[in-house]
Design a protein around this ligand. Structure first.
Ligand code: PHE
Ligand code: FE
Length: 288
């Protein structure tokens, strides 16, 4: 055994997942045969609920890939999903026991390998779960890896993570992941849509993020995002809105070293208020 268990949020919560069988790079086998009929059924219920909610809320790139993947009947075999993904964008998915350390995570992303947690939440956690589980990882993250531009962004992020570690700027870079990959919104010709996995896999946040008048929606600005602290245990108070994945990719292609140097000494912004210079966007009109 070489993999040390990882806990969420640095709290005293015990680690979830069995790390004893993980390899040095934290990948493990999915052991698909060990899922119980109850777990397949719980997954199918989670999937069906979320599938109804993403319509009209998730971005087209996500919806298209999700429909094509058709992985709602039972917990998929990662190999099957992986094969189709590899054909589309060269990304693979690998099984992991749960959360993994940052450097292992960045290394996998830089190799176009996305880690998916093997365990599924319990029925008691149907509505809310703190840590990412199989459903969050698979439903929330994997469909967008079929989009070529987003796929390249994720790989660049992994490489950027390894570099940010050397610059002691992980806290800044983690905010970029949070406000894009996990909680990002995108402005489309048909209105605001969701692309962040943390929203896409959450029934409550999916229904609120586009319409809640109490939340802020701010046009994406790299320095603003890197400087904004986030909260992990409540609905987000600020969302950042991109115009498209090309904009996201282009704005993050520059060397972050001077930006880190500029921002590291500055205090972070809190997510509960707008700053001067923000482009604040209106909420979508509620459709229900
Ligand atoms: N361009 C960034 C750097 O030089 C790396 C990066 C790319 C980070 C894409 C995040 C997303 O550090
Ligand atoms: Fe996630």
């Amino acid at each position: 055994m070489s993999a040390t268990p990882v806990t969420y949020g640095g709290s005293r919560r015990p680690p979830r997942g069995d790390y004893s069988l993980a390899r040095d790079d934290y990948t493990c086998d999915q052991n698909w045969d060990l899922y119980t009929p109850q777990q397949h059924e719980l997954y199918a219920r989670l999937y069906a609920r979320q599938l109804r909610l993403v319509d009209g809320r998730a971005c087209d790139e996500f919806l298209k890939a999700l429909a094509h993947l058709d992985m709602g009947a039972r917990i998929p075999r990662f190999e099957d999903v992986c094969e189709r993904l590899a054909r589309a964008t060269g990304w693979r998915i690998v099984a992991v026991p749960g959360l993994i350390p940052e450097d292992a995570f960045f290394r996998l992303l830089s190799q176009r390998r996305f880690p998916v947690t093997v365990w599924l939440r319990t029925p008691e956690e149907f509505d809310y779960i703190v840590e990412p589980d199989l459903f969050h990882d698979l439903f929330g993250h994997v469909p967008l890896l079929f989009d070529p531009v987003f796929a390249d962004y994720m790989q660049a992020y992994g490489e950027g993570g390894l570099k940010a570690q050397r610059r002691h700027a992980l806290e800044l870079l983690a905010r970029l992941y949070w406000y894009t990959v996990e909680f990002g919104l995108i402005d489309t010709a048909r209105g605001l849509r969701v692309y962040g996995a943390g929203i896409l896999s959450s029934p409550g946040e999916l229904q609120r993020s586009l319409v809640d008048p109490a939340a802020l929606r701010i046009g994406f600005d790299l320095r603003r995002v890197l400087r904004t602290a986030y909260e992990i245990d409540d609905f987000q108070k600020t969302y950042f809105v991109i115009d498209g994945f090309a904009q996201l990719f282009q704005q993050t292609a520059q060397d972050f070293t001077p930006i880190y140097e500029q921002l590291l000494p500055l205090p972070p912004f809190t997510p509960d208020r707008a700053q001067s210079g923000d482009r604040v966007l209106p909420a979508s009109a509620s459709s229900c």
